[in-house]
Design a protein around this ligand. Sequence first.
Ligand SMILES: C[S@@+](CC[C@H](N)C(=O)[O-])C[C@H]1O[C@@H](n2cnc3c(N)ncnc32)[C@H](O)[C@@H]1O
Length: 190
Amino acid sequence: MSMAERAAPPRVVAAERIASEAGFTKSCLPEVGRLLRLAAAAKPRGVIAESGTGSGVGTAWLHSGLGADARLVTVERDEELARRAAEVFADDDRVSVLVGDWRLIERHAPFDVFFCDGGGKRDDPGTVVELLAPGGLLILDDFTPSAQWPPVFEGEVDELRLFYLTHPDLEATEVLTTPSSSAVVAARRR
Ligand SMILES: C[S@@+](CC[C@H](N)C(=O)[O-])C[C@H]1O[C@@H](n2cnc3c(N)ncnc32)[C@H](O)[C@@H]1O
């Protein structure tokens, strides 16, 4: 059995089934999911946020690490996906699935964990950092590993990745999630 094949929490399985039925192919990988679970577990009374719910796979991984006194808020602009993802968490009032633009989650900030996966990451990175609480953890998925500094993607300096990795308010690093994908993980200093 590979690392990726280790048993997933039941809600992750349910959200993956919704993705499969909807033909949605952008759910996070289990390797990323375990990182999300770790981050949520590190903030047991925290506000845990996600932009881009998709079918709820990342949400379900975050939920699997959610403390009894924590809250999880996620937002998705695709109404049908959001509706179906919300069904996965309908029995847990710690979880809110919002429908609309990612900025709807701003009113729930500051965030102790922010999985910024659909809205914000590319279009407003400055606000993404500002939404973090001091010590808050930011997780950004879907990078292609670069052995160079500054990081390069498709032959060009990856300015977005550089922004996060060198932001003065962040302690940030890039971690391999699979041999061909990476995530930026950061903590807000102040
Ligand atoms: C990479 S997928 C999310 C996967 C999910 N986070 C997971 O881990 O399974 C990105 C999602 O973000 C949504 N999205 C993109 N831009 C958005 C925005 N501005 N506001 C809200 N949702 C957005 C897309 O509809 C898509 O479902």
